[in-house]
Design a protein around this ligand. Sequence first.
Ligand code: ACM
Ligand code: ZN
Length: 752
Amino acid sequence: MKRPRISFVFSALVVMGVLVSCGPADGLPKGGPSGLIPAPQSVALGSGHFECSGSLKVVWPADWASEQEVITGWCEQANIALDPHAGPTFRFAYSESIRGDEAYRLVVSREEVTVEAATAEGLFRGWITLRKMMPVECESGCSQGFSLPVLTLNDAPVLEHRGLLLDGCRHFQDVAFVKKQIDLLALHGMNVLHWHLTEDQGWRMEVEALPKLTQIGAWRTEADGSQHGGFYSKQDIREVVAYAQARHIEVIPEIEMPGHSSAAIAAYPSLGCTGLPLEVPARWGVFKDIYCAGNDSTLAFLEVVLDEVVALFPGPRIHIGGDEAPKVRWTSCPKCQRRIQEEGLANEEELQRWFIERMGRYLASKGKTIIGWDEILEGGLPEGAAVQSWRGMGGAAEAVHLGADVIVSPTSHCYLDYPLRSTDLEEAYSFNPLPDSLTHGPGRILGGEGNMWTEHAPQPEVESKVYPRLTALAEVYWSGPGHTSKEGAYVDFLERLDHHYQRMDALGVQYGLESPPFSLETKEADGDVQAQVVALGRGVEGRGRWDGLVTDSVAAGEPFVVEGPGWIRMEVGRRGQWTGQQVAFPVDGHDGAFQPLALSYVPSPWYTGGGDGALVDGKLGTADFRDGAWQAQQGVDMSATLDLGRPEKIAEVAVGTYLYQDAWIFLPASVLWEGSVDGVQWESLARIAVGEVLARDDRQERIPLSAIVRPGSLPARYVRMTAVNAGVCPDWHAAAGSESWLFLDEMVVRTE
Ligand code: ACM
Ligand code: ZN
């Protein structure tokens, strides 16, 4: 295994910027080599062109059977006829002079194009670059033939592991979709599909010896009564693996243990500590029921599963998960406790290490090594394990220090399921997988991944989350931080991306936006609430409507007055086209908006709602409690006092609250509304009782709590709202006894 080469100087694109002005007018393919993503290490342009008018001779190495099939298939749909005897030539040839498994040299002369590499893999990476140098039209059929500029291109990846984690469990994707993702990985110079196949909410791999895993574990009943599920038959998996192999992509299956195993336990309840039956959950989160580490038959079960995994996946590595495994069941399980004693372990964390090591040894006996999420460091690094760091880069640092191989995909930059407001394209591009502190330990950073978890992404939405952010990560991993952190590199990347988008369009990739499309600004203007939708990001336009007491059209950038409650619904335009995507902002132009406000609490720095005036900014919260409009605190009552400036007869009051018990967010026990003329004597205006939390409620939504003010109430200049915290999480809750969160979005006051 080679060490990542971090010392190369990537000057190619600066050179290209000076020398090439690509475009159809000067005979070069639009984008040409300067449109390449990831950026190659070096390109030297010559003069003249290689011309192909529609027929090509391709010469390949004798052992290049599956690659031949891939390239022949591509040429066919590109309308390029292959003539074995004559014509302009593409020549793929092994050369010992090229150093590095994936390195290649691509030389375009007037007569022929030569790709040289020491390995089949290197040749294939060279082919992909060659394909990306051809006009975009060739993706569907280059009727006019094509020409390529004479040049010499030398290239090799900086990081040897460049992957996408695809979670096929939370939402199932069909085989055709998975194959398309493999094609796209290859197009981006990536070489790993980390295929997440087992989860709480679904077991996706057929295991012949254990049929209930897919008969029961692959299906869940959603809250609306519908079924979601599916699984990959052995034949499906063989097909996917072969498809990936032909494109030099390693498929690393992830078989989660000991946590995230509810679906397996639903199929075979004896795998858990309690032995009690459970349903395949239809909720997201982390579950207490995990594999029993004290039960020999559970270990035997996993060995049977792994036998079939090993037989299906020829790659050298298997990911065994290891993340988010609560130990509550192990703590009270006699078998697990006996195991701790017998094995001389200090605690449940060490039991997890024992468990992972035991599975690692089993897999080592089959010639495989294991990868686990960074939690596997908690009881000490299991022998022989590689570590995938996701909770920041701390796990990577520790693992490198301990001498392990490391893959990085921290939530800060690599979580493709996160909304764009958490990780936009620029943030992904700024990721440094090789910080200085991690390049000097006994262990080493093999590479990185982008993680696509699918809780909130059924198949049709996956690509819009993966791309274009994975395009950025692909360049980070291939071209390296030495390239991507250079002055001007991101601007240069965006220029190339504009060309790359055309290829993705031709390939039918449903890529998403680069950043959140809009922000909403509100302010007070002449006693009214004025709202303005601001378009963010490159080439984004917006048009829409205000749906309130009246309806009206709205354009991004144009302020308008909001009266009463309603929604601003915007359509997203990008690069001159309406995308079909909609963004909606709930707003309320109420009488208390933008009046002076005093808070009894300091909002949580994570949920300020936009500042101390958030409860009277006219912006309501959405069904996403991280949307920036919510203000929250943990474990305290939230009281706010509003000054209307003069006594007013109050007609109605309302506050938006949020409910998401799994995230420790509870409704307030009650909300009290009081009025006062002088700020000293207070009178009750309304009281909204919510009550004690008696049971689990699976909702994740905004709950408005409104009240008509008690008839006969005196006019009030000051209005005080007190939302009473629900107290600690109740006994049935996973975090029983912990302080609950209270979320509020707006303190709505309507006068008569
Ligand atoms: C993870 O995101 N739980 C690895
Ligand atoms: Zn147990």
